[in-house]
Design a protein around this ligand. Structure first.
Ligand SMILES: [Mg+2]
Length: 180
């Protein structure tokens, strides 16, 4: 199945009835203005000049955590997401989240979603092996017959598609600092 690049939530509609919509969080549903591809690259260059690769990765993750713990995230398409939610309600669909964040950030992640107008009580799965995680998620929702996955990272989209060929995959390409 082809992967389509989308820039607005309405690009997903109309959705088939009983859709299970599995969404990535960072740079898909929300983003932080201080964090960009260039920011990650500069940070890693600076850190690897002074530290081992492993230590540099650890320090970069700590810096990321410092920013996301103190800054308020911005939703990528708030009006579109509201409309999408209404459409899901009308058509018997379900939205769940699948993030590569560590599960220890669950509380913080729910706070970020809430800051973007999304209920903090939503279903969130934490896994960096998204292709594998999708199987467990779909098994939890046997009544959903149409599975849709959206992520800004092509490597995640490809992983999901290769392991789950019946899932409809979309790449989110809207966040300016993460322009593809
Ligand atoms: Mg992402």
């Amino acid at each position: 199945m082809d992967v389509r690049l989308i820039t607005r939530w309405r690009d997903l509609t109309p959705l088939a009835a009983n859709t299970l919509l599995i969404l990535d969080i960072d740079e898909t549903v929300l983003w932080f203005p201080s964090i960009s591809v260039a920011w990650w690259e500069d940070l890693l260059i600076q850190l690897t000049a002074k530290h081992s690769a492993e230590k540099a990765q650890q320090l970069a993750r700590e810096e990321w955590l410092r920013i996301v713990s103190t800054e308020t995230p911005v939703p990528t398409d708030p009006e579109g997401f509201r409309d999408l939610n209404e459409e899901m309600d009308r058509t018997g669909g379900r939205i769940v989240f699948l993030t590569a964040r560590m599960e220890s950030f669950s509380y913080l992640t729910r706070r970020h979603l809430q800051a973007c107008g999304i209920s903090k009580d939503v279903e969130i799965h934490f896994s960096s092996s998204k292709g594998e995680a999708i199987r467990g998620i779909t098994a939890r929702h046997p009544l959903c017959t149409n599975i849709v996955f959206v992520d800004d990272k092509m490597t995640n989209v490809q992983d999901v598609q290769q392991r789950n060929p019946t899932v409809h995959c979309f790449q989110w390409g809207h966040v300016p600092a993460f322009k593809i």
